[in-house]
Design a protein. Structure first.
Length: 313
């Protein structure tokens, strides 16, 4: 028995010795990513498959399932609240993503150099990330209270008295966008700082010797070499704005979708249908469509930026 085991071990070692280095590295890499792959499948892939399957049923919330095929998707086309929440979501993302990009990059440029002062400023800008979103939402809600909050008083000092930042349907969404950007800008600042630190200093020195100023260096060196970082920031911020927990939590705490559904995001509407009205099948159908929309946006970003890769002329 022992001799047979020893022979098998010797044979295994001989086979391993004949494997090319590239194949060994490939096998080792697959073994390293296997746990993460299994985790992604169990906690993300499998629920997505179940949600797609659930979207074909009418679920009453009490264990009753009735197959309706594409009925939930047809129901969406005639649901005005679905179209309204989809429009609000797209407007929210169209405002939030550019603001996050500009504020994150601007802060990174301001504090990229190593110093005690810049280290302290980085901490202050990133500090909102360690605070609960419920607390952030409540603070911004108090700041927006009509006639008593900081924002209405500041607007009154500028001659815009009587502004209701959360009670006016035309302003409420923009107020949530401000809170959303304030909460996340420190996170994207750190990502941009990492991208800026990867740019060799020699490029700036050569540009300075050629007479290029700071503005020219930014447009012709910094921004082009930040393409991979910019691509990542745009993708992540878009997903966060369209279907992220941060957007959902702020809306839920600050307005709950009001006034007059002017801040009702699609992810908030999905939550309402699933957990307030028990329409799990309809909610699963909307969630499936939301994933398709995010995939389409991601593909557009990939096509427009070539995946954030450099372009050499």
């Amino acid at each position: 028995m022992t001799a047979a085991v020893a022979k098998r071990e010797v044979a295994r070692r001989r086979r391993a010795a004949h494997l090319p280095n590239e194949r060994r590295e490939a096998i080792a890499g697959l073994l390293f990513i296997l746990p993460d792959t299994l985790g992604l499948f169990v906690f993300l892939g499998l629920p997505m498959i179940l949600a797609i399957a659930l979207s074909a049923f009418d679920v009453d919330g009490f264990g009753g399932y009735r197959f309706v095929g594409l009925g939930n998707y047809v129901r969406m086309t005639a649901d005005p609240l679905f179209w309204s929440s989809l429009r609000v979501t797209l407007v929210f993302a169209a405002m939030a993503v550019p603001l996050l990009y500009v504020t994150g990059l601007s802060l990174a440029l301001l504090v990229q150099r190593s110093s005690r002062f810049n280290t302290a400023m980085r901490f202050l800008f990133f500090a909102p990330q360690v605070v609960s979103l419920v607390v952030v939402g409540l603070v911004w809600q108090l700041m927006s209270v009509e006639k008593l909050g900081v924002l209405p008083r500041f607007a009154a000092s500028l001659g815009f008295g009587g502004v209701s930042f959360l009670g006016d349907p035309s302003i409420a969404l923009f107020t949530i966008v401000l809170a959303f950007v304030w909460f996340l800008m420190g996170f994207y600042m750190l990502i941009f700082i990492g991208g800026l630190q990867d740019i060799p200093r020699e490029y700036y020195e050569a540009a300075r010797m050629d007479g290029a100023g700071r503005r020219a260096s930014f447009w012709h060196i910094t921004l082009p070499l930040l393409k991979p970082t910019s691509f990542f920031v745009l993708i992540v911020s878009t997903v966060t704005a369209v279907a992220g927990q941060q957007a959902f939590d702020l809306v839920y705490v600050m307005t709950k979708g009001g006034p007059a559904n002017s801040t009702l995001l699609l992810i908030s509407y999905i939550y309402q249908q699933a957990f307030r009205y028990g329409a799990f099948g309809y909610a699963a159908a909307m969630a499936t469509l939301l994933v398709v929309i995010l995939m389409a946006i991601t593909l557009i970003f990939f096509a427009a930026t070539r995946g954030g890769r450099f372009q050499y002329d």
